[in-house]
Design a protein. Sequence first.
Length: 116
Amino acid sequence: MKSRSARLAFATSALTCALVWAASPWFTGRREPWDADSSFYLSSLMIAGAVTGALTPKPIWALYLGAIAGQLSYQLLFLKVGPLLPLGVLFLVGYCFVFLATAVLVGYIRTRLQTM
């Protein structure tokens, strides 16, 4: 990553998305947020995306890769992974679009408000 903004966007999205997984046992009683009976995972990804988009709205590719890296790193470091990990990674890659869409929307709103 060449620019400071890309490194910051990557780190911010990685941290906020890892926090989604870290918070899951407290809020849902489940180690994996997508196993919860509620809409915790999608809501949390949207909140993480909103926070990240407000703080570091660009570049978009760094936001997306950071979201994947943060969630996958948390899984590998703190959870017992098994043979379903490749399937979980595919789901994770898809769910990260929820994070990304929210981050881009909030980043766009932030940028528009700053130019007014």
